[in-house]
Each structure stands twice: as C-alpha cells, then as structure tokens.
Design a protein around this ligand. Structure first.
Ligand code: ASP
Length: 593
C-alpha cells in the first residue's frame, strides 16, 4: 500500500513496518488487537487494514504513554508515535511480516474505547453466524473477512482493468424498472406518484444492455446489482452482484474469447492457480448431461456416467425392461474399488431418490467377473459381463446403475457422482477446472404448467426450426468453475420476427408481448446489430477464489437464509402514514405474529 498521508493520526501503515525502517520515528493508528501486561512492560499488537505491529510501552522512558496503555483493552482505538527498533532475538515472530521489529512508544493518544466484544476479534475461529451478522462490524474486523473482502476487490478491479483496456464502456442502467424475466419472482416497489402501480427491481440489466447495443454503444459493462425474490435455499441472496457485459457485432467466439482473457486476468491477480490456461474446453449440453449428469460438470475427478442401453437391450428384468419400453434410459458409473457397507449403499440409494430416481442398482464385481448384487439373479451372465466391460469394472469395483427417464437418470447419477466425491474425497487438492457448456436446448418443458419455458431467457437467439420447440437449440454458453456455474450468456435475437416467434412459443400472445416488451420489439424494428454478452456472478467467483463455502462470507452485509438482515433489522414494518401515502394496506399478519 502507498504510505498514508501524514496527519495528526499517522504516517505509516502498521503492517508494512519492517527492519528497513529501523531507527525511524513513525506514527501509527489502529485498533488494539491484543494487549499483554508483563508487569512493567506493556505490549500491544496494533491493527489497521494492512496488518499488525507490536507496540512496547516502557514505564520509565515514557510514563505518560505507559499509563495510557494500562487502560487499553481489546478494540480500543489509539494513535501512537515511537521509534522502530529491532526485537530481541528471542522475541522475533517469523509468522508476522512485522515480526522482526516493534515500536518503542514515546507518546500515545487514545481515540476511542470499546466495550468487550461479544466474540474475539483477534482470532478467526467459528462463531455463530447470527451473532456475526448482528455484530457485522466486529466480524468484518477479523482477518478472514478482511482478506475475503480485499480479494473481492482484487477480482472486481481485475475485471474493470481488463474491460477498460478493451474499449468497454461502464454504463449504468435503472434500478427502478419493469419486470425482466430471468425466471425468478420480482421485488416490487410501489409508486407513490402513480398509485396502484409498481416498479420492479431488475433481476438483471438484460434488456437495457441490449438496448444499449441497439443504441450503438458496441461494448458495455457494469458491476450490476441484481434482485431476485427467491426462496433462499442453497447459497443464494435476494440481492447479488454480477459483472454484466454486452458486445455488438459478435459471435460466440468473440464473447467467449473476451471472457477467457478477463477470467485469466482475474485468476492471475487473485493468485488462483487454474489447471489450464485458456482456451478452455467446450462441452455441449448433451455431452455434459450424458457424461456428468449435469449442465455444470465438475471434471476434477472421474466417475463418468455411461449409457447401458445397448448392453441391457432385451433384458427380462422387469424394472429395466419397463423403463426402456417407456423411452427411458439405463445409465451407470463405476465408483471404483471400495468397501461400502450396506448402510452406506442405502444412504446412496436415498440420495438418488432425492433427485427423483426410483432406486439404485448396486453391484460389486467379484474375482470371477460375476456380481455380488441383489440384481445379479435377474440378469444373464452375458448382460452382467457386457455392463461390467462398458463400465471398465475390475474385481472389487462398485458399479452403480439407475434406470429412469433420461433427465431423471442424468440428474440422479450426476448428483450421486458428486456425493461419492464428497464421501470419498475424490477432488485432488489444488485442482481447478474451467470449462464452457454450449449448445443448450432453447426451451424446457414444464410438466406441471404444461408449457415451454426458456432455458436461459427469451432473448437468447435460437437455432433450428420452431416446428419442434423441444429440438430448438440456443446460442447460449455457460462458464463453469470447479462444478459451479459462474456465468452465462448468449448471442441475442436481433430481429423482431424471431423475438415474436419466441414469445409465441412461450405461450405469450401478441398483446401481452407488446404490453410487456413493446419497448424491446420497437427498438428491434429500427435496426438492431447482432449482439451478445454474458454475466458473471461476482459473489460466487469471490467465494470460490477465497475458498469459502458461502457467498455470505464474501459480502460485507449479507442477509440470512430467510432474507432478513440481523444488523439493521430489515425488512421492517412501516408506519400507517407511509402506507396511506402509497395507497397500500397490509393484510398479511406481521412476521412471527
Ligand atoms: N442476464 C443473464 C443473467 O442474468 C446473463 C446474460 O444473458 O447476459 O443470467
């Protein structure tokens, strides 16, 4: 860090003082990290953003400062002046960048006191998360959170630097807007000036960035806050941050190439070693689903899925035969040589059931090539041999098989694969894989609603014929890091008639399309360039690069799983006057009431 401007508080960063400054008088300020009273000498570890430095208070040479130090407690704030001196050999701390020196304090000025914190700030041990969120200021003082947020800054800075150097314009789009369909529920904001009408908070700047391309800005980016009113299962937040970007006159390779350059720069600046430099592999959606049972495959370990349809064709085993007859599939994986007790096989069966599969067939390959499996007696020796060969089974291997509808079998086995990796610790330490998934279906069928939905969003350019919506592909691409989708985007529709066809396929009538997206359809009528873009999830990227399980650990002020903020108490009831002004009346009972 650059030295701070000298003022009445300080002229140096605590964490940057080394033996090179020996003999100099320095002026530092910060928080009392730790204090030790050695019955005479008092030692204080002083902390600022840059790190720690040790202060020594001598009762004889600086009685005033020493008296002040007697009253210091953890998290008190002070400013101190003194000479940089070498520590005695026995006191050198090799774990601290400033561990060779200390400051022999001449004068000290206490600036603020602190009550005893509800948890220790000077260590990074586990603390109940509600308590951390309630006292977020203290939590953020801890080294782990400080480092995570600094890393987040490094990531965002790398993104901005890269894009600024590549002719992208940083432009803002509205927060108070109309609903954009990214597939989640909108947060609504009542309009006081237009009673009964609402703004929606953007689920993403999708349509505005497309309008910016149509307006001729060619290359845009924004570190954009997005809002989605989802149930916050898994690791989601009602508001999150994307790097949103869009480019005109581009094809897939242009956007993918730009993002590869950008992410390579992010990984480098963040000191995050990925397994291979770009270009990163591209997998089609179909291949990803077939081989990994996921559209965000984790390729850091094996256990790939295999289709066993040919090997089991004509089987008399009812469970398999009926699935094949109904157009289903039989797929399996080789879990490797493992001693897995019955109780664990039951747990794995439970796991695939959670993802909709009817059951799990398990088999241990024996020395003579036959199976130890409750299913063995239903299959011919030939079928057992063929399946074993297809799964490259050798004696001792555990084979796991699911028969179901294609999507269910894929997802269940894909999740089983991940579960096995967790149970048997299969991800090699330090390995980090990046890849692209391309060639997505344009639509997916919603059985419950009996209609087609866009897999990405309805502005993605389709390829193929609208006669069979299920066979249409889209020009979408997702980027995946270590089995997590960190971003996605597409080449967009730039012709109004195609946009209309997509709306139609989604069951949206002409009138509804015009009323919701008339502004887009209008803009498309006046010459829209071919364009495309992508959005990267900054919270997720920061969490992975910081090695954190939760995105809450890379957000300064996140919300809990129920969408509340224990720090400010949001969301909160508002007064009747405010509601009346908005023309609103609350009928739901209050929270907890
Ligand atoms: N708007 C999309 C999203 O938020 C990303 C994109 O298509 O650029 O996921």
């Amino acid at each position: 860090m650059r030295p701070p401007r000298s003022n009445s508080y300080r002229d140096a960063w605590c964490g940057e003082l080394t033996a090179a400054r020996e003999g100099e008088t320095v002026h530092v300020a910060g928080w009392v990290h730790r204090r030790r009273d050695h019955g005479g000498l008092i030692f204080v570890d002083l902390r600022d953003r840059s790190g720690l430095v040790q202060l020594v208070f001598h009762p004889e040479s600086a009685p005033g400062a020493h008296a002040a130090a007697e009253r210091l407690r953890p998290e008190h704030v002070l400013s101190a002046t003194g000479k940089v001196v070498r520590r005695e050999a026995g006191n050198v701390n090799p774990n601290l960048p400033t561990g060779e020196i200390e400051i022999d304090v001449a004068t000290a000025e206490p600036l603020a006191e602190s009550e005893t914190p509800p948890f220790p700030v000077d260590e990074d041990g586990p603390v109940d998360e509600m308590l951390r969120l309630r006292h977020r200021v203290l939590d953020l003082r801890r080294a782990g959170m400080r480092d995570a947020l600094i890393l987040r800054h490094t990531i965002v800075r790398a993104m901005r630097d890269y894009l600024n150097a590549h002719d992208f314009l940083d432009l803002e789009t509205p927060i108070l807007t109309r609903s954009t369909p990214e597939g989640a529920r909108d947060f609504l904001v009542p309009s006081r000036m237009n009673p009964g009408e609402f703004y929606a908070l953007p689920q993403s700047p999708q349509l505005f960035k497309q309008l910016l391309m149509m307006a001729g800005f060619e290359r845009y980016y924004q570190i954009a806050r997005c809002f989605r009113d989802e149930d916050l299962r898994a690791d989601r937040q009602p508001e999150f941050t994307q790097l949103d970007l869009e480019m005109a006159f581009v094809e897939e390779d242009d956007v993918i190439g730009a993002i590869e350059g950008l992410m390579a720069r992010v990984f480098e600046d963040a000191g995050f070693p990925v397994t291979a430099p770009p270009p990163w592999p591209r997998l089609s959606y179909d291949e990803a689903m077939l081989r990994f049972g996921s559209d965000r495959p984790d390729t850091r370990f094996g256990l790939e899925l295999c289709d066993l349809g040919a090997e089991l064709a004509g089987t008399e085993f009812k469970v398999f035969a009926s699935v094949l007859e109904a157009g289903g599939v039989i797929r399996g994986l080789n879990a490797g040589t493992r001693e897995v007790p019955r109780s664990e096989l039951d747990a794995l069966t439970e796991h695939v059931r959670r993802y909709g599969a009817g059951g799990l067939v398990w088999a241990f390959v024996q020395e003579d090539g036959t199976w130890r499996s409750p299913t063995a007696k239903f299959l011919s020796g030939e079928q057992v041999g063929a399946v074993t060969r297809k799964l490259a089974g050798t004696p001792g291997d555990l084979l796991l098989i699911v028969a179901d509808k294609p999507q269910v079998a894929a997802t269940a086995l894909g999740e089983l694969r991940l579960e096995l990796a967790r149970r048997f610790d299969l991800v090699p330490a330090g390995r980090h894989d990046v890849l692209w998934v391309v060639d997505f279906p344009m639509f997916e069928y919603d059985e419950a609603e009996q209609r087609w939905n866009a897999l990405h969003h309805p502005f993605t350019a389709p390829t193929g014929s609208f006669e069979d919506p299920g066979a249409l592909r889209s020009r979408a691409y997702d980027i995946v890091l270590d089995g997590t989708e960190i971003g996605g985007g597409s080449i967009r529709i730039n012709r109004p008639e195609v946009q209309r066809q997509v709306f139609q396929a989604l069951g949206m009538g002409e009138e509804e399309a015009q009323s919701r997206f008339g502004f887009l359809l209008d803009a498309l009528r006046y010459g829209a360039p071919p364009h495309g873009g992508l959005a990267l999830g900054i919270d997720r990227i920061a969490a992975i690069l910081a090695g954190r399980d939760s995105i809450r650990d890379v957000m300064a002020f996140p919300k809990t799983a129920s969408g509340s903020d224990p720090l400010t108490g949001a969301p909160a009831a508002v007064g009747g006057g405010q509601l009346a002004e908005l023309g609103l009346k609350v009928t739901a009972p209050p929270r907890g009431g």
